[in-house]
Ligand binder design. Structure first.
Ligand SMILES: Nc1ncnc2c1ncn2[C@@H]1O[C@H](COP(=O)(O)OP(=O)(O)OP(=O)(O)O)[C@@H](O)[C@H]1O
Ligand SMILES: [Mg+2]
Length: 347
């Protein structure tokens, strides 16, 4: 296979005209082949061994979150889903639909006036082999849980690095706090290893935040999130503040790390084409409610909810010329599946 795609395939690129998936998708539309066959052909096109396991890492049941202001804002309504170990779940939906509120709620990171009024979040801990009632955690147990089991990277996180401390000190601090048994040498080794893991050269470890680019700083934040080998990463628009090329590089890195380390991801972004590329499944939210949750393929080829169709339709790159791929194994020659236009014309 050729090198992974790092930019858009231009509309007139020969790869688009030769795209075997376009032909396959049309065949599905004509009823000549089943969707199962199509899915497996997409999987073959990806050419990767999926790291997603059957067993769940997180179960969310009937979660309701309200902002207690004025008459109250019911920001998350009856959210239920199961996240599998190693799975990337994308959260899509327009601004204000409740994505961040839901993501924060999963980790009890929500702050007043937000309040979880009902529901359950259960974390299935691989390390201890136990089920953790996340909403029942408080104090020290909650703090330990947040870093070591479920880590969070949010938009602009790179700006939360302390400007007067070196990267070595800041990575080391996470380890000092949460792995007090680690000695200094071991901490140094682990900090350097973490930096390298996210694609920043080891020698940058003594740099201060202002000496690094925005992309590098966001990588450092991802390294911090990975420091304690979490089983779930919640990423809320982690690359939105960065330019497109750097975004893609970082996403490829996240996909590679997920493959290597097996953590699950809840990924939030406004960029639906990108979400379709990187997610195993996508939950579409509208006004606080998950209106559709399906595999990226099903959502793309056969959206069931009207709102999903509207959302897909609002990205020109999806209706005509499909987006690019950042998943490992995708190449320019693989181009992209098409089918939204078919969906729209048939509905
Ligand atoms: N501190 C707050 N007080 C009151 N209402 C809030 C507060 N924070 C968020 N909300 C409301 O909760 C709803 C969900 O907000 P949330 O930030 O979760 O949306 P989002 O999907 O993450 O949006 P975006 O894509 O813009 O980040 C919105 O109606 C918002 O106005
Ligand atoms: Mg948000």
């Amino acid at each position: 296979m050729s090198t992974p795609l790092t930019g858009s395939v231009p509309p007139d690129h020969p790869a688009r005209r030769q795209d075997p998936n376009v032909e396959t998708a049309s065949a599905v539309a004509r009823g000549e082949i089943g969707e199962a066959a199509l899915s497996s052909s997409l999987e073959a096109a990806r050419g990767e061994d999926s790291p997603v396991l059957e067993e769940p890492v997180l179960t969310v049941e009937g979660l309701n979150i309200v902002y207690e202001v004025g008459e109250g804002v019911h920001a998350v309504k009856d959210a239920s889903f199961t996240l599998r170990r190693g799975e990337i779940l994308g959260l899509a939906g327009e601004s204000g639909c409740g994505k961040t509120t839901l993501a924060y709620g999963l980790n009890q990171l929500h702050r007043p006036p937000a309040r979880i009024v009902s529901g359950a979040v259960t974390f299935h801990d691989r390390d201890e082999g136990t089920d953790v009632d996340v909403l029942g955690l408080a104090g020290e147990r909650l703090r330990a849980f947040r870093w070591s089991k479920v880590a969070m990277v949010f938009q602009g996180a790179m700006n939360s690095l302390n400007p007067v401390l070196s990267i070595r000190t800041q990575l080391g601090d996470v380890l000092t706090t949460h792995r007090p048994q680690m000695d200094r040498t071991e901490r140094r080794r682990r900090s350097e290893e973490l930096l390298e893991l996210v694609g920043v050269e080891r020698r940058r470890i003594d740099a201060y935040p202002h000496e690094l680019s925005g992309g590098m700083r966001q990588r450092v934040m991802i390294a911090m999130a990975l420091a304690l080998d979490p089983q779930l990463m919640i990423m809320d628009e982690p690359t939105t503040a960065l330019d497109v090329v750097v975004q893609r590089e970082i996403l490829q890195e996240v996909l590679r790390l997920r493959q290597e380390l097996g953590f699950a991801v809840v990924f939030i972004t406004h960029d639906l084409p990108m979400l379709l590329e990187i997610s195993d499944r996508i939950a579409v939210m509208k006004a606080g409610r998950i209106v559709e949750l399906d595999t990226a393929e099903n959502l793309y080829f056969a959206p069931k909810d009207d709102y999903t169709r509207t959302l897909l339709g609002s990205f020109p790159s999806l209706t005509g010329e499909a987006g690019d791929f950042v998943r490992a194994g995708f190449t320019q020659d693989d181009a992209a599946p098409a089918g939204i236009a078919d969906q729209e014309s048939s509905s």
